[in-house]
Structure formats: C-alpha cells, structure tokens
Write a new protein. Structure first.
Length: 177
C-alpha cells in the first residue's frame, strides 16, 4: 500500500503542462510571430531592391565604359592629332538628326553609334544579348548634343529599368577634344 501511494505521488508530479502554461506559451509565440512579420520580413523586400539597384549599376557601368572608350564623332580621327570636328580648321561633326549606328554592333566606333541601343542588342564581341545576361532588366541608351549649335558636348543617357519597374538613369557628358 505504501508503495502505491508513492507511485501515485510520482505520477502526479510527472504530469504535463497546465492550461495556464499553454496559454502563456501561445501568447509568447504569437508576439514573436507578429514581430517577425512586421520587422524582419519587410527587410527581405528592401534587400531585393538593393540587389536590383546594384545590378542596374553594373549594367549601366559596363555600357558606359564601352561608350567612353570610343571616339567623339565619326569624323574625328581615332588617334588624335587632327583638330576635333566643328573646331576651327576641323571637319564637320555628325548632324543631330543622324545620331545612331552607321555599322553593325561590333563595329561601333564613336559615341553616337550607341544612340538607340537597348536590351535586345548583343553585347560587344558576344553572341549573348543584354537581356540574356540581365534577365528582366530593360536598357535604353540615348546620345544627344548638349548644345546642337556648337556640337561641342554629347550627353550620354543610360536608362535601366529594374525587374521591380524602377527606372534608374545614368548620365555622362563627353566633350569634343
């Protein structure tokens, strides 16, 4: 009999959680879930936007570097030495209405050849297009004279649209030298 009493006391003390403990536990878990959804999960969206902006900058930087390495105008001597176009004694620059490519993509040799370049164009010396290398990004390059009367500077604008629909504009000015 004494042994039965000890077993009965042992079984009572080894019981599970009380109802109050379960309710408090559920409240703590509920508060934790609310904090996660309101604070932590929106951070993931911001991280994705940052990644899109970095990739946008990579794309624009690669295009801008390629453009920057080309001569100012079709009429300008690629090796220098001859006066730049529209400078006293120089030759005439390409007119504003004729900006754009005069040859195939791998033969672009001056800044205004890039006018109208978009994501469907092939990358330099590649069979891959910009759309294949940067899926869901859109690219648009425009080149125009800052002052059409003097034609001394060209404004290069590279618009990159991220997959989230954000349009980021990158610009550079190339001088006639």
């Amino acid at each position: 009999m004494r042994r039965n009493i000890q077993l009965h006391r042992l079984s009572q003390s080894a019981g599970g959680f009380t109802l109050i403990e379960l309710v408090i536990g559920m409240m703590v878990i509920g508060i934790a879930i609310v904090m996660l959804t309101s604070m932590l999960f929106p951070q993931a969206d911001r991280a994705a936007a940052t990644l899109h902006r970095v990739r946008s900058a990579e794309l624009a930087h690669s295009v801008m570097n390629e453009i920057w390495g080309k001569r100012y105008d079709q009429s300008t001597n690629p090796n220098g030495g001859v006066p730049a176009c529209n400078v006293s004694g120089g030759i005439t620059c390409t007119s504003a209405g004729l900006l754009g490519p005069e040859e195939t993509r791998n033969m672009f040799n001056d800044v205004d050849d890039y006018h109208g370049l978009d994501e469907t164009a092939k990358m330099l010396d590649s069979s891959q297009t910009y759309a294949q290398a940067y899926p869901r990004y859109q690219l648009n390059v425009s080149v125009e004279y800052l002052d059409p009367a003097t034609q001394a500077k060209k404004l290069i604008t590279v618009d990159v649209t991220t997959p989230a629909g954000e349009v980021i504009t990158y610009q550079a000015v190339r001088s006639n030298y």
